[in-house]
Design a protein around this ligand. Structure first.
Ligand code: SF4
Ligand code: F3S
Length: 104
C-alpha cells in the first residue's frame, strides 16, 4: 500500500485525490489518509503530491504513518474530488514536527 505521511499535514494540496483510480483517500481537517486495504498499489498518486508526502509502505518514513492511515481512514469521510488547498499550504511544506502538533 501507499501511505500519506507527515508532510501532508497543513499542506493538503489534494492533487492525489484526482488521480486515484479506486477513490481510497479519506479527509481530515489538516491531512488526507489512504485506506491501506483499498489501495491497489498503482503508485500514480506518489509523483502527483507537490509535498512528496506519499510513500510506499516499504519506505522507513512511511512505517510510522501506516497505522494512522488505517485508523483514520475508518472514521474520516471519503474524498473523491479535489477541494481547495489551504491558503498557506506552501508555507507548511517541509516544516518539521507537524505531527502531532498540527495533526487532525
Ligand atoms: Fe490510489 Fe494508486 Fe495512490 Fe493507492 S497508489 S492511493 S490506489 S493512486
Ligand atoms: Fe496531502 Fe500531497 Fe495529497 S499534500 S493531500 S498527499 S497531494
Amino acid at each position: 500500500t501507499y501511505v500519506v505521511t507527515e508532510n501532508c499535514i497543513r499542506c493538503k494540496f489534494m492533487d492525489c485525490v484526482e488521480v486515484c483510480p479506486v477513490d481510497c483517500f479519506y479527509e481530515g481537517e489538516n491531512m488526507l489518509v489512504i485506506h491501506p486495504d483499498e489501495c491497489i498499489d498503482c503508485g500514480v498518486c506518489e509523483p502527483e503530491c507537490p509535498a512528496e508526502a506519499i510513500l510506499p509502505d516499504t519506505e522507513e518514513a512511511a512505517e510510522k504513518f501506516l497505522e494512522l492511515n488505517r485508523e483514520y481512514s475508518e472514521t474520516w469521510p471519503n474524498i473523491t474530488q479535489k477541494g481547495e488547498a489551504p491558503a498557506d499550504s506552501e508555507e507548511w511544506d517541509g516544516k518539521p514536527n507537524k505531527y502531532p502538533e498540527e495533526f487532525s
